[in-house]
Structure formats: structure tokens, C-alpha cells
Ligand binder design. Structure first.
Ligand SMILES: *Cc1c(COP(=O)(O)O)cnc(C)c1O
Length: 379
């Protein structure tokens, strides 16, 4: 059996499945950015970003909004404002972005203590465990719980949607203990699309929400934090101290306003993710839990002792980029730059690469099928 010829897959095509953060601004966004009406927003005068902030507040049923440079800063500001009293504690999911990927900034910059509750497979936290974690009894040994954070969609659990019913229950629980609720809604529009529930309903129990414009919505920069007028006033003050007060920010706001038009097409990303997941699951040695696929994030388990890192590297050589998630897992994410045709192409690459890296040999029929797909889809 002849080996797969080296270079056969080295067509110039690139299929970037690392994240929906890789999305580049659309041509319309670039035009709108160039023509945006701007003024000094630190003085509160930029009309374009003000429009975006108002629009986002309206979509989420809150009083006001604030544009911040990143989702990380949005979460940081939310936690620090809700936990402004020294000695406060926040409850976060064990798989949350705040816990894993924000450098522990709430602690290093804000002095806020965090307590984790395990995220279940569906992205939620068990309500009893959540209630047990709230420190409501006055005890000299304890910090005081002042905030619970949810994440919707829950990224590390595989882009799982958190329902309005569950969020309402957490909201009631929080309220009964005088604790606030913040939602890291980096991909809340994906949840809203997949559940068929308006964003406002998904966050009605929350005091504050941070929403990314730079993920699947394709804006180059930006998150909008929404909440009450009082909260946003404090947030604006803190944003300045963190160096996030931006002057003619309407240039970014203009792209953000157009990003809202991208919400309507997120369902396409979810359909492509399912197509990709089903194709990957059909490859011997790869598995995707199809029952746990809600949106655009696909977690792929590589059924080999070593596996994921080699596969990830080999795919990269052929222009298919994904994220190595450690051990036997890689992550692929669909977004507006990924077409159905890209999905077929990526699947063909996966098929051939997986065999080449792990099997060393391939059966003729498998190879012929893969080559056919590759040839067919690499134009
Ligand atoms: C991307 C993301 C953020 C924010 O990340 P930034 O890189 O700071 O914009 C926050 N939460 C979740 C769940 C995310 O996926």
C-alpha cells in the first residue's frame, strides 16, 4: 500500500476552525468604520457608540449599556462593581471563562475571592450545590458571597445553551440571599438562536450581562456590558481606571452596530457545526457527543493514547486550523467565514490526516473515498 503522498493536501486553502474570534470585519463594517460619526467618548460625546450602547440595553431589557474593549474587561468590571465591598466572594462555574481564561484578574486586580461550583455536562451548576456554596451565615471565618456568575453559552462544556427557566431559578436563589447575578453572555446570541428564545428573556433574571460583538458577530473589537443606570455609572468609572476609556470609539461602535445584523445568520453556523460533528463522528477513532452539541462549538475526542496534539499539528500543515484542548481533545468552531463546502473539505483532511498519523496504513477504499472528497472540494 503506497503511503499518502506528502504535499497532496498542501493546497493553499485555509479553513480556520480555531474559534469564532478569528472572524474578520465584513466589507460593510470597514466602510461604516471609515465613515463613522465620532466624538470624545471619555467626555460621553461619541454618538455612534452611544447608539450601540442604547441598542444593546434595549435588546437585553436593561436600562443602560457600556462599550468595553474585551469580554475579559466586561467580566472584570462586572465582578468588581458587584463585589466592591472588601472581603466579597463570587461564585463561578468550574469550567467558566472567568475561572480559566481571565488570569484570575478578579483576584489580582480586584481582591475578590472566587468559589467554584462544578459545571455539569449541560453547562449548568447543580442548584443545591449552588445554594450550599452561598455564604450567607455571618461567620468571622467566611468571606461574604455577593455575586453568582453564569455563562451562556457555556464554552468549555461545548457551547451549551443555558435556558431561561434555569437562569430564572438561579436568579430567584440569588435574590433570596441578597446576591447579584451576572451573565457572561459572550455567545448569548448563539444561545438565543439555538433555543429560539429572545435574548431579553434569557437574561431577565440577571442584574448584568456582558455580550461579545467580536465572536460570531464578526466585529473586530468589543463587548457591551448592560445593566441598571446605577451599575453602568460605576462601570464607566472603573473602565476609566482600567485604561478602557476610549476617545473616538465610534469607529469601533460602527462595526458593533452592524454586528447586530449578523445575529440572524448564526443558525447557519450551528447547522455547519452539526454537519462537521456528524462527519467527524463517522471517522473511526474520533468521537463527538452529538447529543451535547447545541451551537457552534464542537469538542472532538481522539480515541488514542497520544492523539490530539499530533492530529492538530498534522491538520495545520494542511491549512485546517483547530484548537488543541489538551489530552485527547481538540476543539473546532464554525463561524461566518466557514461555508458548508469548507466543512466537507475539512472532513476530508481530517479523514486522511487521521489515518496517516495514527494508522500508518490505509485501506484502498478509505483512501480512494478521501481523495475523491478532497479533489472534489479543494477547488
Ligand atoms: C471570548 C469569551 C470571553 C471574552 O474574551 P475576550 O478575549 O476578553 O474578548 C468571555 N467569556 C467567554 C465565555 C468567552 O468565550
Amino acid at each position: 500500500m503506497a503511503p499518502v503522498p506528502n504535499g497532496f493536501l498542501n493546497v493553499s486553502r485555509e479553513v480556520d476552525l480555531r474559534s469564532d474570534t478569528v472572524t474578520k470585519p465584513t466589507a460593510e463594517m470597514r466602510t461604516a468604520m471609515a465613515n463613522a460619526e465620532v466624538d470624545d467618548d471619555v467626555l460621553g460625546a461619541d454618538p455612534t457608540v452611544s447608539k450601540l450602547q442604547q441598542q444593546m440595553a434595549k435588546i437585553f431589557g436593561k436600562e443602560a449599556g457600556l462599550f468595553v474593549p474585551s469580554g475579559t474587561m466586561g467580566n472584570l468590571i462586572a465582578v468588581l462593581v458587584h463585589c466592591e465591598v472588601r472581603g466579597s466572594e463570587v461564585i463561578v462555574g468550574s469550567e467558566s471563562h472567568i475561572h480559566h481564561y481571565e488570569q484570575g484578574g478578579i483576584s489580582t486586580l480586584g481582591g475578590v475571592h472566587s468559589r467554584t461550583v462544578p459545571n455539569q455536562e449541560d453547562g449548568t451548576m447543580d442548584l443545591h450545590k449552588l445554594e450550599e456554596a452561598i455564604r450567607h451565615v455571618y461567620d468571622i471565618h467566611y468571606p461574604v458571597t455577593r455575586l453568582i456568575c453564569l455563562e451562556n453559552t457555556q464554552a468549555r462544556c461545548g457551547g451549551r445553551c443555558i435556558t431561561a427557566e434555569y437562569t430564572d431559578k438561579v436568579g430567584e436563589l440569588a435574590k433570596s440571599y441578597g446576591v447579584k447575578l451576572h451573565i457572561d453572555g459572550a455567545r448569548i446570541f448563539n444561545a438565543s438562536t439555538a433555543l429560539g428564545v429572545p435574548p431579553e428573556t434569557l437574561v431577565r433574571a440577571a442584574d448584568t450581562v456582558s455580550v461579545c460583538l467580536s465572536k460570531g458577530l464578526a466585529a473586530p473589537v468589543g463587548t457591551v456590558l448592560v445593566g441598571s443606570n446605577e451599575f453602568i455609572e460605576k462601570a464607566r468609572r472603573l473602565r476609566k481606571a482600567l485604561g478602557g476609556g476610549m476617545r473616538q470609539v465610534g469607529v469601533l461602535g460602527a462595526a458593533g452596530l452592524l454586528a447586530l445584523d449578523m445575529v440572524g445568520r448564526l443558525g447557519e453556523d450551528h447547522r455547519n457545526a452539526r454537519l462537521l460533528a456528524e462527519g467527524l463522528n463517522a471517522i473511526d477513532g474520533l468521537s463527538v457527543d452529538l447529543a451535547n452539541l447545541d451551537t457552534n462549538i464542537v469538542m472532538v475526542d481522539v480515541d488514542h493514547g497520544l492523539g490530539a496534539e499530533e492530529l492538530h499539528k498534522a491538520l495545520k500543515e494542511h491549512g485546517v486550523l483547530c484548537l488543541y484542548e489538551g489530552h485527547n481533545r481538540i476543539r473546532v468552531v464554525t463561524h461566518y467565514q466557514i461555508t458548508e463546502d469548507d466543512v466537507h473539505y475539512a472532513l476530508a483532511c481530517f479523514q486522511i490526516t487521521f489515518k496517516k498519523v495514527f494508522k500508518g496504513d490505509c485501506t484502498t477504499i478509505h483512501l480512494l473515498t478521501s481523495f475523491f472528497f478532497l479533489h472534489f472540494y479543494s477547488h
